[in-house]
Design a protein around this ligand. Structure first.
Ligand code: CU
Length: 393
């Protein structure tokens, strides 16, 4: 590959631009890009060569053997061994070369290194979700309802590191594509698929869904941010430390990154796929079968973990379960958020949920815990002789 790359580089086969982009292909930002582009341009230049040759000869022969010049048609020769051998052997050599580079590139792309850094990807109509090894999450819609970019939605990876994405779909067939990395892989419901890469440049690149997956397929976009290794560590830490945010803020954050935003409105009181959350909390919901349910903490929790248990009348039971994916704490934050957007909840309660717990308050709470601990220790101490007595027996 090195030899060929060197030749390709010297001849500038791919018309390489300054940022590694070429005439037909975008910037190269992963270790896979060079090989993919090389295969592409080998085929491309072979085709250019034969196109020019064939069209040129066709034109030449039309002129040379025109009826006016050669009024009488002649028989063509029956055999010409050297010629026949040449049109067998030359194309054979060419397809072997194409196969060799294609196969090597394919094996490279489909075999993730064993020690690659693992990030899980969850595809759903119509967002991407990313789960990091420390439990942190990013993902969701790239642009909020007011048209502002949502950087929390982006996938972050460290530069110069083998990264493997283990991908699953919650609903239909999607396809994960990063043009600058030259990687693309179907994301199939009911099974895991993998894609791996080693990003070579820090920066931000596009993620597309390239499998038509329903109404909003064209907006199933995200971005991948390639961080320096140090910045990636900081990003990971920040992702799980959300103690500087209020419960309502955290709830809104989780509502976005878990993709609730795709199906539930929180601003305009409109029905998307599911019911709106505006003024929902504290009200009542009529379920299929006629049962009237209070829209309270328990109903929200049940809806998230077991959405099919009770279906809101007039809606379809298409909500996926988040059991095993969402923590109790995250559910609590979402409930807090839903309270703050309901007029059924008193203002004082909402204000409290919008407060960030002060470090001082947390300390005070810690002290209260210590006092409790003391009480526990005391009673345990009191119980000790009994324990010893039991041991003595
Ligand atoms: Cu899709």
């Amino acid at each position: 590959m090195n030899f060929a790359t060197a030749i390709a580089g010297n001849l500038n086969l791919s018309l390489l631009g300054t940022r590694g982009q070429t005439f037909w292909l975008p910037e190269q930002a992963s270790t896979a890009a060079g090989g993919v582009d090389l295969s592409f341009y080998i085929i491309y230049w072979i085709m250019v060569f034969f196109f020019v040759l064939l069209m040129g000869l066709t034109f030449l022969f039309v002129v040379k053997y025109h009826k006016g010049v050669h009024p009488k048609a002649e028989h063509t020769p029956h055999h010409n061994l050297p010629m026949e051998l040449s049109w067998i052997l030359i194309p054979l050599a060419l397809v072997i070369v194409i196969f060799w580079y294609g196969f090597k590139g394919y094996m490279h792309l489909t075999t993730p290194p064993a020690n690659a850094y693992q990030i899980r990807v969850e595809a759903q109509q119509w967002t991407w979700g990313f789960v990091y090894p420390n439990g942190g999450r990013s993902g969701g819609k790239m642009v909020d309802d007011d048209g502002n970019a949502v950087p929390e939605a982006y996938l972050h990876v460290p530069v110069d590191t083998d990264v493997v994405l283990i991908m699953e779909s919650k609903d239909v067939l999607h396809s994960f594509y990063i043009p600058e990395f030259r990687v693309k892989q179907d994301v199939v419901p009911g099974r895991y698929t993998k894609v791996w890469f080693k990003a070579t440049k820090e920066g931000t690149f596009h993620i597309f869904c390239t499998e038509y997956c329903g109404k909003d397929h064209s907006s199933m976009l995200s971005k991948i941010v390639v961080d320096s290794k140090e910045n990636f560590e900081i990003y990971l830490e920040d992702l799980i430390d959300r103690s500087d945010k209020s419960p309502a803020e955290n709830g809104e954050y989780y509502y976005n990154i878990f993709g609730c935003v795709q199906c539930h409105d929180t601003k305009d009181k409109v029905t998307i796929t599911g019911p709106t959350f505006v003024d929902a909390f504290g009200g009542q919901v009529r379920c299929v079968g006629g049962e009237l349910v209070d829209m309270d903490e328990n109903y929200i929790r049940e809806s998230i973990l077991d959405p099919q248990a009770r279906i809101h009348d007039g809606f379809q039971g298409v909500m996926p379960t988040f059991k095993g994916k969402i923590s109790d704490e995250q559910i609590n934050d979402i409930i807090a958020y839903l309270k703050t957007i309901s007029s059924n909840v008193p203002e004082e309660v909402k204000d409290a949920l919008r407060q960030v717990a002060e470090p001082g308050e947390a300390e005070a709470a810690g002290e209260a815990m210590k006092i409790d601990d003391g009480a526990v220790t005391d009673s345990a101490a009191a119980g000790d002789p009994a324990g010893e007595a039991a041991g003595g027996n």
